[in-house]
Design a protein around this ligand. Structure first.
Ligand code: UDP
Ligand code: MG
Length: 319
């Protein structure tokens, strides 16, 4: 079993300060064990020197592969590209910024050798700001109620996938990809390994507040129709409430005649109904937008340059 071939996939967007560091860290780790490996960098349209550094590395080290996308397609697309080109018996997905401890690589591989198809590294939230960690845990609690797949706070993209799991993920062709959900959706025998959260080594996080919110919405709507159901319930509830209100008013009018005041009730029902309708329309719009994107069947990403086509497989000698 020592000859397991591992692909390490590293989606990178403007990570010029980290690429050499993560390469050396991985090389150091792998040199202690006798697994065969390739390190596949996916350059997600970086505007800095990332790609040049990858190419330079690849020139001298046959185990280094790179795929350069034609522009920034986002981490989801970059991971998809990586999985598609991974040649290993298993693939480990990790960030370029060294936030995912390289030292865990062997523990992940051990899990794989024990027969697990997904070995998931779960981080805690040490070092995260109080507000961010509270908001995240609130979000995950909400998500648990809203979606059908199991999502755990701290379980992200840092994980090992067996060949079976990779093929399963690749088979899911959807464009709006929420990988956390997809990983959970495919199932398979899973093992969880915990680790302490660390700060990014260099450079800046690519997540703005708006991107986080968008990602959050993606998580909710990409896995089921429950929000649509919620609109339906709200609709029915307001409809019944309206009927009740009209009946009461009508009976009152029958007994007391029409009285002019009614500004408060009118304005509140207009505001309430208007709000409920806009909210529902927004939810429906989210789904229609996704249908629109899916029906176009555009590729997930486009490749500008790569060295993965030539089948150079790096095998480290035993010992
Ligand atoms: N990333 C990417 N494309 C993007 C944004 C990010 O490939 O459009 C990569 C990034 O280079 C890093 C990983 O995804 O390797 C995680 O990004 P980041 O560290 O910014 O996210 P965070 O750790 O803050 O969640
Ligand atoms: Mg990071």
């Amino acid at each position: 079993m020592n000859k397991t071939f591992i692909s390490v996939l590293i989606p990178s967007y403007n990570e010029s300060e980290n690429i050499l560091a993560i390469y050396h860290a991985l090389k150091e780790e792998f040199s202690q064990k006798i697994d065969r490996y390739e390190i596949l960098f996916i350059d997600d349209g970086s505007t800095d020197q990332s790609l040049e550094i990858m190419k330079e590395l690849a020139l001298h080290h046959p185990e280094v592969k790179y795929i350069a996308l034609t522009r920034n397609f986002g981490k989801e697309a970059a991971m998809f590209a990586g999985l598609k080109h991974a040649k290993g018996d298993a693939a480990i997905i990790m960030d370029a910024d060294l936030q995912h401890p390289v030292s865990l690589v062997h523990t992940l591989i051990e899990g794989y050798k024990e027969g697990y198809e997904q070995v998931i590294a779960q981080r805690n939230r040490t070092g995260d700001s109080y507000i961010r960690s509270k908001l995240s845990s609130l979000y995950y609690r909400l998500l648990e109620k809203l979606v059908d797949v199991k999502l755990k706070d701290g379980q992200g993209d840092f994980r090992l996938l067996s060949r079976n799991a990779i093929d399963a993920i690749l088979e899911i062709g959807e464009r709006n990809r929420f990988s956390k959900g997809l990983f959970s959706w495919i199932g398979f025998k899973q093992k969880v390994i915990k680790y302490d959260n660390t700060d990014r080594k260099a450079g800046k996080s690519k997540w703005s507040f708006k991107k986080l919110i968008d990602y959050g919405i993606e998580g909710v709507v990409s896995f089921n129709h429950k929000p649509l159901r919620l609109c339906l319930y709200t609709g029915v509830a307001t409809f019944l409430l309206g009927i009740f209100f009209i009946t009461v008013m009508f009976i009152k009018i029958l007994f007391n005649g029409i009285s002019v005041p009614g500004y408060f009730t009118t304005i509140s029902s207009v505001l309430f109904l208007g709000g409920a309708q806009l909210f529902s329309l927004g939810v429906i719009g989210e789904y229609i937008g996704r249908i629109y994107v899916e029906t176009k069947h555009r590729p997930h990403y486009l490749i500008e340059d790569t060295n993965t086509v030539e089948e150079i497989v790096y095998a480290k000698e035993q010992g």
